[in-house]
Design a binder for this molecule. Sequence first.
Ligand SMILES: *Cc1c(COP(=O)(O)O)cnc(C)c1O
Length: 374
Amino acid sequence: MSKKTLDLESITAAGVRHLQPYQPGKPAEELERELGLSSIIKLASNENPWGASATAAAAVTRVLSGLERYPDGSGHRLKNALSHQLGVSPGQITLGNGSNDVLELLVRCFVEPGEGVVVSDHAFAVYTLAAKSVNATISTVPACNYGHDLEAMAQAVDEATKLIFVANPNNPTGTYVGYEELLRFLERLPENGITVLDEAYFEYVDDRDYPNGVELLERFPGLVVTRTFSKVYGLAGLRVGYAIASEAITETLNRIRQPFNVNSLALAAAEAALSDEQFVRVSREENIKGMSQLCRGFETLGLNWIRSSGNFICVKVGSKANQIYKSMLGQGVIVRPVANYGLPEHLRVTIGLPQENDRVLETLAMALRQVGKA
Ligand SMILES: *Cc1c(COP(=O)(O)O)cnc(C)c1O
């Protein structure tokens, strides 16, 4: 009997055919195996180096006795807790398996093949990935000082544009757009489109003119704000994020949301994490200290960086960035190359514990000596 053949390429959906999967930061265990080292530090995925709230961990333990049950598909308790904290109704909240899940729901609900999606250069890669997968027409607008150029993005919007992504602050650059600028942008957009304001690092931002997207929802019915428990709350491993929008948009997202997209451990941990304000405050304060520790070190090494409002920073190490990345890997420190974000001379470093930041600076100094700055 002859074996049947399959021309997979020809049957793969057009948007998926040439898609490059998202490249996550290198897992610490992988480097551990490769090097046979045990003191690896990973500062490549903007995780909270202080862990998660003990309250959240305790909540997970309590749920362990009910693993045979499906989770509450409506996420009732978590949505109620968020609703109180944010001053919106539970009907305005969509929970996701990470905010990534919600970003994908948005693309699938609103963008048909050939329709337009506007993003900024150097913006978070997931927007383009999701948009490409449905064969959208993507307009990538050049950045201004590494940040979103909202003026130029507004100009890139046309009748075919369905979705606009604004990462505030942006990953990997750490840049943010201020209140006035964002308001002017939203005012001038045409009415029939959705603007997604990705506030994954909202809790970390300390800048006085940083806008709170949730406060703008009443005025702009096409606005969707996304946030996550993966960053300051330290729950990246559990995957919980959410969108806040009008009840009408929320109802639309709910039509295609997987009925049990957030698992029971994640729901319990997120609800508990919300109540631990002390943990969030300490994480924020330590982040500010760690950020200045790294910046002082970069300055001593004669390096420039992009001013960041998140829990990470892009340092400019020159055209040998990839060799420097590898040298640091060899010394057991994982940071993130960002050439695939159009930043071939930078490396992104997550702010770590004080001793981890010291090690970043030591291994970076060593790498620069080995490789030379170019
Ligand atoms: C980390 C991050 C997210 C959050 O991803 P999750 O799926 O919630 O873990 C979203 N947007 C940006 C810009 C991020 O950096």
